[in-house]
Design a protein around this ligand. Structure first.
Ligand SMILES: Nc1ncnc2c1ncn2[C@@H]1O[C@H](COP(=O)(O)OP(=O)(O)OP(=O)(O)O)[C@@H](O)[C@H]1O
Ligand SMILES: [Mg+2]
Length: 276
């Protein structure tokens, strides 16, 4: 008798492992697809700026105006280069290797990709970065996590709001903390334990920007953070907002320095917290 079917000769555990890997691969592709659609719009925006200043430079012959136009064109072209490099980096890099990474640069580049989208939904982004050491991470994976957290935050504020992103050094644990906080709808305490489950979603499907609704975002975030031996924690208050805190390992023993702020400052009580 011949055997047929996919799972031949493999234990149930091995089959689950293979399916998990396939799921991770399709999550990566979904993230890439979302990134491509976001960046295409963003790129087009930059191109419009370049075109307009080039036209202005052609029309106005005086040196001062032309200098200004060239400066604007140069800045926009640099922005365009950052955008394409980020997408190409994510598309090319399939390795899971973890390297010393500048999280300030990673956060800035990611925010650059979402600038237009945040403006469109009237979300004001506030950044605050403390002095932090390099983190030992896979930059692409952490960017994927960050994109999902930022898009979740944006979706929790359908009529606009505020998003705070903080980077700080937790000297006591020698970890880098990344906090993403919004003042959106919040998550009810009884739903909080479910948000990291695969396929748990409260969204009816992709929104007008084609994002959200599969319920895989946070489960992917948790898997990625776990593979970094990091931590992901959520604090949320209905009607006040939600804060996700990521704790990531530093690249090497950083010099102990006094931490100027306690590790996390989160919205007022009553607050539900869940740590993974
Ligand atoms: N910042 C937030 N504010 C309020 N609710 C949130 C926030 N982040 C996540 N949630 C809740 O957790 C659920 C799960 O989030 P998750 O990112 O895993 O899936 P999703 O955003 O629904 O879909 P996708 O897989 O496309 O990301 C969301 O549907 C939402 O109800
Ligand atoms: Mg999501």
């Amino acid at each position: 008798m011949t055997n047929s079917g996919n799972g031949d000769g493999l234990s149930l555990q091995q089959q689950v492992e293979i399916l998990k890997q396939q799921l991770a691969q399709s999550q990566r592709l979904t993230a890439l697809g979302e990134l491509v659609s976001t960046t295409t719009h963003e790129f087009n925006n930059v191109l419009m700026t370049i075109l307009n200043y080039a036209k202005m430079g052609v029309r106005h012959k005086d040196a001062a105006t032309r200098d200004k136009c060239f400066e604007k064109i140069l800045a926009s072209a640099n922005r365009a280069a950052t955008i394409t490099n980020t997408v190409l980096g994510m598309a090319r890099n399939r390795s899971a290797s973890q390297e010393a990474t500048d999280l300030v640069k990673l956060v800035d580049n990611t925010l650059l990709l979402l600038e237009r989208e945040m403006n469109k939904y009237r979300v004001v982004v506030e950044k605050s970065y403390q002095q932090i050491p390099l983190a030992l991470v896979n930059g692409n994976q952490i960017q994927q996590v960050l994109l999902n957290l930022l898009i979740n935050a944006r979706q929790a504020m359908p009529s606009g709001g505020r998003l705070w992103i903080k980077l700080l050094y937790d000297a006591e644990n020698n970890m880098v903390d990344m906090v993403i906080r919004d003042n959106g709808c919040g998550i009810p305490a009884d739903k909080l334990p479910r948000i990291f489950e695969s396929f748990y979603t409260t969204k009816s499907g992709p929104d007008a920007s084609g994002k959200g609704g599969t319920g895989l975002g946070l489960s992917m975030c948790r898997d990625i953070i776990e593979s970094h031996h990091g931590r992901i924690r959520v604090d949320s208050t209905v009607g006040k907002g939600t804060a996700f805190t990521l704790k990531l390992p530093v690249a090497k023993e950083a010099p102990k320095q006094p931490a100027s702020t306690p590790s996390v400052a989160i919205a007022a009580a009553p607050t539900a917290t869940l740590t993974n």
